[in-house]
Design a protein around this ligand. Structure first.
Ligand code: ZN
Length: 286
């Protein structure tokens, strides 16, 4: 299934995409795609309903309605840093022996085509196309990497927008450069695991103003999604609906010489094979 949330910010309705241009509204059977939904077996519950509505033509045209983040605000967003060897190199950092983890404020989450706002005082705003993992059930101390698959609801395209000066020049920890308002576009849909042929072989790209900046593939990840979920579960409890941003391939603005930073009016377009595309316009600080 491809799950999405449609409508104005804060009042999105849960739905499932049934073809390229139509969706089945699910707001009569599901309140939201949130912790309660994923944790109570919601995916299994709605699957026959979506199939029945698609078959009977009980669908609506998507048109130009706003699409929100495909998941409600999660309990936490965890990010993996430097998870592509070639991106570590362009950042001038060593390939890590273990995943680098940092958190991103959950209220950064926005729709895939919403505006990205430059924070006050920012001088080095940057982009990062990434594969996002959405957790399907409560996850703690997994015994094996293989078990991780049972704990993943699906995958989502994300842009881990970053302000490099806040991240690296303002003392300790990356949180400051990652948690500004609007810094986590997600979507357009959550693609359930069964519809992703091989999560370890997905092409990904990001353009700024139509110029290709990032080209990569999940096949060059240092730590794959199953490893990451197992690994994180040894340190903290993952809740249903939690989001994990799994790191970015080469081609971020920081990696250019001289670096390229986002400017007001820039347009970012990005995509991952099978997970859809996004488009954000960069707007001025408040
Ligand atoms: Zn990132």
């Amino acid at each position: 299934m491809k799950l999405l949330r449609i409508g104005a910010p804060g009042t999105e309705k849960p739905a499932a995409l049934v073809d390229d241009t139509h969706y089945a509204d699910l707001s009569d059977v599901v309140s939201d795609f949130d912790e309660e939904f994923f944790g109570s077996g919601g995916l299994n519950r709605i699957a026959p309903i979506v199939a029945q509505r698609a078959a009977s033509g009980a669908v609506l045209p998507l048109g130009d309605q706003r699409i929100g983040s495909p998941i409600a605000r999660p309990h936490q967003i965890i990010c993996v840093g430097l998870n592509y060897a070639d991106h570590a190199a362009e950042s001038g950092q060593a390939v890590p022996d273990e995943p680098i983890l940092f958190t991103k404020s959950p209220n950064t989450l926005i729709g895939p085509n919403d505006d990205v706002r430059i924070p006050r005082g920012a001088t080095k705003p940057d982009w990062e196309v990434e594969l996002g993992i959405v957790i399907g059930k409560r996850t703690t101390y997994l015994d094996t990497v293989e078990q991780a698959a049972e704990h993943i609801a699906g995958y989502v395209l994300v842009n881990d927008v970053s302000e490099r000066a806040f991240q690296m020049e303002r003392g300790g920890q990356w949180l400051k450069g990652k948690s500004a308002e609007t810094f986590n576009p997600a979507g357009p849909w959550l693609v359930t695991q069964d519809e992703v042929a091989d999560v370890r072989d997905l092409g990904m790209w990001l353009d700024v103003n139509g110029i290709r900046r990032q080209t990569g593939s999940t096949s060059t990840m240092i730590f794959d999604p199953y490893f990451i979920v197992h690994y994180i579960s040894q340190f903290m409890v993952l809740e249903p609906g939690d989001l994990i941003n799994t790191g970015t391939p080469p081609g971020v603005g920081l990696g250019f010489n001289p670096p390229i930073w986002l400017q007001v009016g820039d347009v970012m377009t990005l995509g991952i094979e099978g997970l859809g595309t996004q488009r954000q316009t960069v707007i001025a600080p408040r």
